[in-house]
Ligand binder design. Sequence first.
Ligand code: SF4
Length: 286
Amino acid sequence: MCCGQHLHQPMAEPLAFRKLNQKVSNNKVMTIIYPSPIFGPVHSRRLGVSLGINLMPGDGKLCTFDCIYCECGFNDDFRPRQPRPTREEVRSALEARLQQMKQEGPAPDVLTFAGNGEPTAHPHFPEIIADTLALRDRYFPAAKVSVLSNSTFIHRPAVFEALKQIDNNILKLDTVDEAYIHRLDRPTGRYSVRAVIEGMKAFQGHCIIQTMFLKGCCQGVDMNNTTDTFVLPWLEAVKEIAPRQVMIYTIDRETPDHDLAKATHEELDRIAAKVREAGLDVSVSY
Ligand code: SF4
C-alpha cells in the first residue's frame, strides 16, 4: 500500500512524479506511478513533510492487492519490467537524499514507505527498515518512520518484528466481509480476514488501522460500505485489535474505476463518532 493516496498530497507536485495516462476499462484515468526508491518530499495531510520510500520498481505497479480504488492503477495494466531496488540501492539513495535535505531543507517530519505496491513484500524489507532507522537516527532523529501496508505479510515473523520497530505501523483493514474484500481489495493470493485480524491483535496496540469508505458501483455491483451492514462488524474487529488510532478516509484522487464515489463528510463523521464511542482515537480524511 500501499500507495496511501490520502496521506501523500503533494505540496507542489515533484517533477519526479511520472504520471501516466492509460485507457483502463474504457475509462481514461490519470494514474500515478511513483519513482523508486525515493520520491518527494510530498506534503501529507496527516504526516507533514513526508519523504517517500518506494520498494517497488519505478516503471509500474504490482501489489498483493489489486484495489479497485488504487491510485497506481490495476496490476495488469502497469506490470513493471524492472527489478525491485536492492537493499543497498535503497540505503544509498535514502542517505543521499537525507544529506541533501540536511543541507537544503526541508527537514522531513516522516519517512514513509509507500508507493507502487506492498512494501513488506520486498524480500529484504526487515533489513531495509533497520537501515532506515539507522539513517533516520543519524540525520533527522526527530523524524518518524511510517509504513503503509495492506497487512498481507504481517504473519511473517521478520516483517512483524520490523513493523514493531517503526513509529507508525499503518495497516489496511477496509472491511471484514470476505466477499466484499474480494470485490474491493481483490487479494491476489490466499487471504483470510480472520488471520489478518489475529495478526493485527498481536501488535498489542502498536498499529494504526486504516480503512477506506466509499460508494458507487464496480461492474454493476453496489460498493457502498458506509452503512451499518459493513460498519458494525468492522468496528467489532477494530475493537478487538485495539489499535493506537483508526484512520478513516475516502477516495481522494481519480481511481481506476470511474463509477466509484466519495463517502460524504456526514457519512465519515457518523462512522468516526461510532469509533470514538468505542473509546478509540480516530482521524478522518475527507
Ligand atoms: S492495490 Fe491497494 S494495497 Fe496495493 S498499492 Fe494499491 S491501494 Fe495500496
